[in-house]
Design a protein. Sequence first.
Length: 67
Amino acid sequence: MSMAVIGLIVGMALGFAGYFGGFGAFLLVAALGAVGFVAGRFLDGDLEPGDFFRPRDRDRDRDDRRR
């Protein structure tokens, strides 16, 4: 499934939640969608738990910008 189709489905889900459930439901659907996205990235192996808690290496970032 392409990213455009996924974006369309997510947008429609948020639109329905906002229309039928109000702003609170819109926020709940958006937050749960973000949690589901992150969980899916973990399951795919694209993210590791340490990615959120590990400090960035400033020297490495500077070296990357020089190239």
